[in-house]
Design a protein around this ligand. Structure first.
Ligand code: GP9
Ligand code: MN
Length: 631
């Protein structure tokens, strides 16, 4: 007999035991990084909240079924958790549905699975054993038929807990679910079980859209693309970089407003400024990213397609068929690699890179990261470049290598000894610090150029540098107005601040400042042109930036656009040069009063929709790019 006073319903015991185990696993088995007390708190409460929700459902059954539900519930939960542990041991990652079905990963796991099991793993099932024993011995005493009121209260409480957990997670990481960051973030904030539910929803949603596509849509879209992107061809630079290495540097959060600009009388980015004279520098180049941030910029550059309006394509459609830059270059004798010192699963990069044909990904594990050489998000850029050179020297030429910097990332932290320019003085700590990390990145790129020269790589390469997306959001309007010396922060200014630097540096060539509007969508055709790769059947929305005769608008993902003459955003049409408002759709009424921006507006929407159709419908699977190009 159990002492009545000490007695706790079995579902509560199960919730406590299972919650505790899950917490221990999060904390000590998964290598989850915790950056502040809030994250620690979320990680602590989430397992108990989840477990409480799972087991509280048992009270709606009769006593016999209650026992069954709790016994098998804890067993199933433990098995799911255990699968994740085994998977994590091999891949330092959490299971995703597409990953489960991805042949290579499953095969990898299959051969090594025995080596991943450990004797002490039995202890991971202690809670299951305890519950099963208790159920057998004291089952009838530890279960009851609960009153209606009790059931309602207990259930309501569990829902309240979940909402509370989610609210904390949302405060810690705004738009956590919409933006689908890293899987580790999701597990950290909502727990591994809700993460699986979330993953399943994402998966079925994109599967459904795919099912309804049949490939006929592609004819109209490819006709449009060919019509809009076929140009006369610029013979001058065509093939200028043939068989050279291509080094692409993604400049984290770097916006054009710091280029050739000063702070306290000093240049913010002296090296990049000096590089303008020796490069093709595009001063009106726009980022076109959305919620996927860096990964969106990568996606646009690799595919010349637009990113998704919600979430990151790198997450939602990483399994699609693409005809990406690394793949095309691979077909033309290039090796490819990405260098980025972060968790490989961040932005689902490991999966996407594999799919689009990168030969190698030097992720965080390729680098020696210590407390001394890291700040903010991880390895400092200077150490990142320094440590990368040895890998470059091993690569077979010609190669395409992409370097993703990290230090100039929000919240723009920097160790004092690394700061070589004074902070700005405004009401925004973010902007104040931004100049320091931007300067640090500038210095790191300068050092990298020196390493390339010392290693004899420089002469045989072309170097492309691009800002990935904005770093300073609209949240810092006041400080930005102060720095830019503007009276007003208009929507026009907001669009103009979406310009990011873009350099094409060809050693031995002078280059030129290019003023025509340009965007990330144009990078892929530009690189292919420089390399002299004629892929006339490639399907892209962008055009070669060295061709004067090219599409005359740049579309941002929210439907805003820039043309030679206009800037359009939020139903307003501005003069691009003066920033004056020409007309606003709200004011126009009646026939014959169309905005000068309207024809563009229609085309921009059409183009963005076409891009979504390609991605959501996975339409490229219907196109045989290889055969086409033999024609
Ligand atoms: C993370 C880095 C930064 O790996 O690329 O990502 P962001 O937050 O800028 O998208
Ligand atoms: Mn970024």
């Amino acid at each position: 007999m159990l002492n009545k006073k000490l007695q706790m319903p079995l579902y509560v015991i199960a919730a406590l035991l299972f919650g505790l185990k899950t917490y221990i696993v999060y904390r000590f088995v998964f290598d989850i990084s915790l950056e502040n007390v809030m994250q620690e708190l979320i990680l602590l409460i989430n397992p108990f909240i989840t477990a409480f929700f799972i087991f509280v459902l048992s009270i709606f059954f009769n006593q016999r079924r209650q026992l069954k539900y709790i016994k098998y519930g804890i067993l199933l939960g433990s098995v799911i958790l255990y699968f994740n542990i085994v998977f994590y041991r091999n891949f330092s990652d959490f299971i995703t549905i597409p990953l489960l079905f991805q042949g290579s990963n499953a095969a990898d796991l299959g051969t090594s699975v025995l080596g991943l099991l450990k004797l002490w793993d039995v202890t991971l099932f202690l809670d299951v054993i305890i519950i099963w024993v208790l159920a057998k011995k004291y089952g009838s005493e530890l279960t009851a038929s609960f009153t209606k009121r009790y059931k309602k209260m207990a259930f309501a409480l569990s829902i309240l807990f979940i909402i509370g957990n989610y609210a904390l997670a949302e405060a810690e990481r705004p738009q956590l679910l919409q933006r689908t960051f890293d899987r580790e973030y999701l597990v950290k904030n909502i727990g591994v079980f809700y993460y699986h539910v979330y993953d399943a929803v994402l998966h079925s949603k994109s599967k459904a859209q795919r099912v309804f596509a049949d490939g006929n849509e592609l004819t109209e879209i490819s006709d449009y693309m060919k019509e809009e992107t076929t140009t006369d061809g610029n013979e001058e630079l065509h093939g200028i970089a043939e068989d050279k290495n291509v080094i692409f540097i993604s400049l984290e959060s770097l916006q054009s407003f710091v280029i050739d600009n000063t702070l306290h009388g000093e240049e913010v980015t002296p090296f990049l400024n000096s590089l303008i004279d020796e490069s093709y520098y595009f001063e009106n180049f726009y980022h076109q990213t959305e919620q996927g941030k860096t990964s969106d910029s990568e996606f646009i550059v690799e595919n010349s397609l637009y990113p998704s309006p919600r979430g990151a394509v790198y997450f939602t459609h990483a399994q699609n068929d693409y005809h990406s830059l690394p793949e095309i270059m691979g077909e033309n004798g290039y090796n490819s690699a990405v260098f980025h010192s972060n968790n490989k699963s961040f932005w689902n990069r490991d999966v996407m890179y594999d799919n689009i044909g990168y030969d190698h990904f030097y992720d965080e594990n390729a680098y020696e990261v210590t407390d001394e050489n890291s700040v903010g998000w991880g390895l400092k850029d200077k150490d990142f470049f320094k440590q990368s050179i040895k890998y470059m020297q091993q690569m077979e030429e010609p190669y395409y290598s992409k370097f993703i910097t990290l230090t100039n990332h929000y919240p723009f932290e920097l160790d004092e000894e690394d700061a070589t320019i004074e902070k700005y003085d405004s009401n925004s700590n973010t902007l104040n610090s931004y100049f320091q990390t931007a300067r640090y990145m500038d210095e790191s790129v300068e050092e990298y150029f020196d390493y390339l020269k010392e290693a004899g790589i420089y002469e045989d390469s072309i170097i492309i540098l691009m800002g990935d997306h904005y770093g300073i959001s609209d949240f810092h309007k006041k400080a930005m107005m102060q720095y830019l010396d503007k009276e007003e922060y208009t929507d026009y200014l907001h669009v103009q601040l979406q310009r990011v630097p873009f350099f094409v540096h060809i050693p031995g060539q002078d280059g030129e400042v290019m003023s025509k509007i340009a965007g990330q969508i144009d990078v892929k055709p530009t690189i292919l042109n420089l390399l002299g790769i004629d892929d006339s059947n490639d399907l892209s929305f962008g055009t070669d930036l060295f061709d004067e005769d090219r599409k005359d608008f740049i579309a941002l993902r929210d439907g805003s656009f820039i043309t030679d003459d206009y800037v359009y955003t939020k139903d307003q049409c501005y003069n691009r040069q003066s920033g004056e408002l020409i007309d606003s759709t709200n004011q126009l009424s009646g026939e014959g009063e169309d905005s000068v921006c309207q024809p563009y507006e229609e085309q921009v929407n059409k183009e963005l929709n076409y891009s979504d159709e390609i991605i959501f419908g996975d339409l490229f699977r219907f196109n045989d790019f290889e055969n086409e190009s033999n024609k």
